[in-house]
Design a protein around this ligand. Sequence first.
Ligand code: GTP
Length: 358
Amino acid sequence: MDPSKVDAVVLVGGKGTRLRPLTVSAAKPMLPTAGLPFLTHLLSRIAEAGIEHVILGTSFKAATFENEFGDGSKLGLQIEYVVEDHPMGTGGGIANVIPKLRNDIVMVFNGDVLSGMDLRQMLASHHESQADLTLHLVRVSDPRAFGCVPTDADGRVEAFLEKTEDPPSDQINAGTYIFNRDVLDQIPRGREVSVEREVFPALLADGVKVCGYVDSSYWRDMGTPEDFVRGSADLVRGLAPSPALGGRRGESLVHDGASVSPGAVLVGGTVVGRGAEIGPGVRLDGAVIFDGAHIEAGSVVERSIIGAGARIGPRALLRDAIIGDGANIGARCELLRGARVWPGVVIPDCGVRYSSDI
Ligand code: GTP
């Protein structure tokens, strides 16, 4: 199947509530990930596969996407934008872009999935099975946390099952779909619709041929802070593929204009954004440091995200924390286990200072 005859639709209109407070100031697909807006990694995979026409279904912070990607020519793409006044859900977002489609095959992507799945192979599988709809499925070690999607011996989807303690399959919906154009007309219009919960089960019940494409490549939904931190680190270390990063992979990635003092240790896939300053004796392990943040002497930051322009005072300890843009964390503060600090919040110096005089 010729990828240039396929439209890509990327859903990027969600509010990203699970990633607050980072998504107070930016849409989730625009958050810097390994130093680039997350969506850049997905768009570069789409371009690499040979797909040319992309429609972004936007709503929340819609203008920021067009400001960053424009007409798409820098990535070798033709990008168009469709804005929902109110988020219409994943199904509504797909139905909304129909007037912009140019081709009979439509590949739809959740805009927050980091994956190494081979898009051309999925297109070939859709063609060979003569499906009306193909879903990318991944196998997970603990499927109890997800709805599961069992398939028969021919790869045909048998059911869409809600979360259960004893799922009959370890296959889950991985958030990339190929639709034959005419199937899209069956999505209800003019109201909020979930493609996962409503459209797919209804299509199956109507006898539409729905197939699964199962593969074992890298896959991560970046919707939670834990997954966002892991995904960013995996990109930096080269465990997750991204044509946008080329060969720049290693234990850490320090962007132009950042300064890292001698004696600072950067490991675990840490990324340091443009203009950030890392003080002496700082240890960053799996940390995501946005542009212009300052981490002062002797602080330790593990598996945490530090928002743009935030300041972490000396000898602080942050583990599994999110610090909003422009927040100011005092010396020796400890923020652990999922602590979240809202943008601009000031936390004064804290803790006990031990010195040789005591
Ligand atoms: P949470 O609020 O944290 O659940 O995040 P989310 O709003 O992004 O929802 P979810 O992770 O389920 O969304 C999966 C993908 O669909 C993301 O890329 C979203 O941007 C996108 N999406 C979710 N809701 C809408 C919508 O109403 N319209 C459009 N166009 N896209 C949506």
